[in-house]
Design a protein around this ligand. Structure first.
Ligand SMILES: Nc1nc2c(ncn2[C@@H]2O[C@H](COP(=O)(O)OP(=O)(O)OP(=O)(O)O)[C@@H](O)[C@H]2O)c(=O)[nH]1
Ligand SMILES: [Mg+2]
Ligand SMILES: [Zn+2]
Length: 303
């Protein structure tokens, strides 16, 4: 520990852009910080120790232990959505139509990160969204909470559910994560605008995670929409344990190293017969395990 570290101030990262991080101190002042060294990633939501270098600028000296970390990873790198959030609000809609494979991967990542999940089914005003209700019912039957709403009409139920919690919205681009946050926190509007880049079509795409505090306690973090969601950081056991419909099948196959493929006495395949979505999700489970087997696992960071 350097002499500077012992005098360091504490704060929380509320947004990260590559090497630059916005750190809010306990008085609510926001400091533009860089990270000293490259030992560890700094993520939105991290509690950090930092030193002032000049007016409103600083250097992050260390990252304090994380309560949770939600990330995805592929063969080349891992990408942290946020640290110190306890609930993943996975935002889906009928237009653009969400992909159930990505929903499955988000649910698995949240479960493996010891986070609760909530499916936020947005754009209820559109017929396309009403058409996905039946498919989502499968997840409700698994015990996963679902709130269906329209960001453009009322977010009252979501406000009640999220107040006092530290949550993050994740999901594909265009599902309405930022619109929901603007509705939950009208005062956030200009700041989400700054984070977005306008495309030719006039749509705004979020490019970095940003954490917003609720005045009554808790926070909501916006995150950029993802196209792919690798889970290289999870072992086969962790992947299997993150599919609730297969909980009773864990360790119940005849062969210890069962791939749930052609083996006799496979408890996963037996369970998959119960519902077409179970069968589909088993294929995705195997796809995740197969991807990971092809490549070295990322070492999990901070559990
Ligand atoms: N009809 C309808 N449109 C909505 C609703 N919520 C959001 N939208 C529209 O959906 C589009 C995408 O919304 P965003 O909030 O930018 O989506 P996002 O999930 O933040 O997207 P990324 O930042 O790219 O990940 C915008 O044109 C919104 O106006 C809704 O409840 N109903
Ligand atoms: Mg957005
Ligand atoms: Zn099996």
């Amino acid at each position: 520990m350097t002499e500077q570290t012992s005098q360091a101030h504490q704060g929380q990262v509320i947004a990260s852009f590559g090497r630059r991080h916005e750190v809010r101190d306990p008085d609510g002042i926001v400091w533009n910080c860089v990270r000293r060294g490259r030992q560890q990633d700094v993520a939105c939501g991290d509690q950090v120790e930092f030193n002032f270098t000049s007016h409103q600028e600083g250097v992050i000296e260390s990252v304090l232990p994380r309560e949770t970390v939600l990330y995805r990873s592929d063969a080349h790198r891992q990408k942290i959505f946020a640290a110190n959030v306890h609930l993943a609000g996975i935002v889906v809609s009928g237009l653009p139509r969400y992909r159930e494979n990505l929903l499955t991967r988000c649910l698995a990542a949240a479960s493996a990160a010891q986070m609760k999940s909530l499916i936020v089914c947005n754009k209820q005003d559109l017929a396309e969204t009403q058409a996905i209700a039946q498919e989502l019912q499968y997840y409700r039957n698994l015990g996963i909470e679902i709130i269906t709403l329209s960001a453009k009409h009322s977010v009252a139920e979501l406000t009640t559910r999220l107040s006092g919690e530290h949550s993050i919205f994740v999901g594909e681009s265009g599902m309405g994560k930022s619109t929901l946050i603007n509705a939950l926190l009208p005062e956030a509007h200009t700041r989400t605008g700054q984070l977005s880049s306008s495309s030719d079509t006039g749509t705004h795409t979020t490019t970095a995670s940003r954490r917003f505090a609720f005045s009554g306690g808790g926070s909501i973090t916006d995150s950029p929409g993802m196209q792919v969601f690798g889970l290289q950081h999870l072992s086969k056991q962790e992947v299997e344990a993150s599919f609730p419909e297969f909980a009773d099948a864990l360790g119940a196959c005849r062969f210890n190293d069962c791939n749930h493929d052609q083996e006799p006495g496979c408890a996963f395949k037996e369970q998959a017969l119960s519902h077409p979505q179970s069968a589909q999700r088993l294929e995705w489970l195997k796809e995740i395990v197969a991807e990971n087997a092809r490549l070295e696992h990322w070492e999990r960071k901070n559990g």
